[in-house]
Design a protein around this ligand. Structure first.
Ligand code: CMX
Length: 435
């Protein structure tokens, strides 16, 4: 058993009694109520999910295992080549175990990923067989589900494993997936946009650096990849992608099914695809401006035109957050350091100055501030990744870290199949009428 897996085993055994006690002794304690608006309105704010991997405070933003983004960026081990962003391997360790890793822990995970990262050839054949205009998220989702025949969970389940052991083969599937997703993601990019000029994986590099290498993009794109994967990893459990992964996995569908499903949820323009929408929207404005930076007044007009035509401003608003997303801020700091003169960054900057006031004036959005997607495409574009329909693949690789960490713990703590209750409209009307 790997060091990480034995550490996880210890943590799981220590944690299980806490969950069992809450369930057995305090199962009737109320933690909230559900209103009519919540039932009709997408369950906003209903407290009915449990996770210890991350917590989202509406004003503060995300904490991963109790650490804010600046703390994660400061405390986790960094690459030895002068890279400024922590190694993704160490972040995986933090999400899984709740502890900060040592350099040795990080090295052990890097070597575990290296041993697991060979993608079966038939997966690439599936991607190659798709029409050239297939969306990269479809390629990713199909590639993941095609690999389902590799599932260790399915093999162990069919062999009659005990429920207490479910987490162990889930861990194997999760680690295999995490090791392979950057390989698959880079393959999709080079296959679809670079004439199949595939760049072989380099086992001596960490996950972020190897991804940059396989994409064919120079430094500091290695740091950018690390930052991107860490920032997009997890946002507690209620968002569409995380919740989809958890839900599908609750039926004991294995991590391949669950991860492919979470990718499909992330592909919606109100969720992960918003990063591509931001770039598409900005490009439209740039075309109309002939490349010149709009004044605040000109930008206000573009924003109002979009709102008045019944569309949302991509990259702004959030179902939980009520302040600027710290994931936006972390990327903005990266931009200020590395691409402050970039034209598109300047557009994003003007947007930041005008959009919140306009959304407040419009009076609909509960949160007028930018989210993670408002800035992320700009950085990719700057480093030459101009094919913006690819951006959500990057989000998916990051999000898989959080979703798979959660799935391992879901299985370890024995969370059951998810099954909320529906009512009919007539029943709601009867409740209002006091019947
Ligand atoms: N532009 C215009 N209108 C917006 C808006 C925006 N950026 N954000 C919210 N609104 C509107 C909603 O569409 C809704 O309108 P209706 O009453 O007509 O339906 C109203 O304001 C209230 O919405 P809300 O309660 O503030 O927000 P929701 O929780 O319903 O939705 C989100 C959250 C993210 C889907 C929404 O803010 C949005 O559509 N943003 C733009 C898309 C985006 O950036 N998505 C990425 C989010 C981060 C991620 O998951 O990756």
């Amino acid at each position: 058993m790997s060091d990480l897996k034995s550490k996880l085993k210890e943590k799981i055994e220590a944690w299980r009694p806490r969950t069992v006690k809450l369930l057995k002794e305090y199962g009737d304690v109320k933690i909230g109520e559900v209103t009519m608006a919540q039932a009709i309105g997408g369950m906003r704010g209903v407290k009915c999910l449990v996770t210890d991997i991350s917590y989202l405070d509406p004003l503060e933003g995300i904490r991963f295992r109790g650490f804010t983004i600046p703390e994660v960026l400061e405390k986790l081990p960094k690459p030895k080549d002068g890279g400024e962003v922590p190694l993704v391997e160490g972040f995986v360790y933090l999400l899984l175990t709740g502890d900060l890793p040592t350099d040795a822990d990080v090295d052990a995970i890097a070597s575990e990923f290296n041993d697991r990262k060979e993608v079966p050839k038939y997966v690439f054949d599936v991607i190659n067989a798709m029409p050239g205009d297939t969306h990269p998220m479809v390629m990713l989702s199909a590639a993941i589900v095609a690999m389902q025949r590799e599932s260790e969970f399915v093999k162990a389940y069919n062999a009659g494993m005990s429920k207490m052991d479910y987490w162990e083969p889930t861990y194997e599937d999760a680690m295999n997936l995490l090791a392979r997703l950057p390989e698959i993601g880079a393959y999709i990019y080079r296959h679809k946009y670079k004439n199949d000029d595939i760049i072989a994986s380099n086992p001596s590099l960490d996950m972020g650096a190897n991804f940059a290498h396989m994409m064919g993009i120079d430094k500091p794109y290695d740091d950018m990849s690390r930052l991107y994967f860490i920032l997009h990893s997890d946002h507690e459990s209620g968002n569409v992608s995380a919740h989809t992964g958890h839900l599908v996995s609750s039926a004991l569908s294995d991590p391949y099914y669950a991860t492919s499903a979470m990718v499909n949820g992330l592909a919606g323009p109100l969720h992960g695809l918003a990063n591509q929408e931001v770039l598409r929207w900005i490009q439209g404005v740039m075309d109309q401006m002939g490349g010149k930076i709009p004044t605040e007044e000109e930008m206000k007009k573009f924003v109002w035109d979009t709102l008045n035509s019944g569309q949302v401003i991509p990259g702004y608003g959030h179902a939980v957050l009520r302040k600027t997303d710290p994931r936006y801020t972390a990327q903005r700091e990266f931009c200020l350091k590395h691409l402050s003169d970039d034209l598109i960054f300047k557009y994003v900057d003007v947007l930041y100055k005008v959009v919140p006031d306009i959304l407040v004036e419009q009076g609909k959005a509960k949160n007028p501030w930018p989210n993670v997607d408002a800035q992320s495409g700009v950085i990719q574009w700057f480093y030459g990744l101009k094919e913006y329909d690819y951006y959500t693949v990057l989000f998916s690789i990051g999000r898989a870290i959080g979703v798979l960490s959660n799935i391992i713990w879901d299985r370890a703590l024995g969370y059951p199949i998810e099954r909320p209750k529906s009512l009919t409209t007539e029943m709601l009307e009867d409740i209002v009428a006091g019947k």
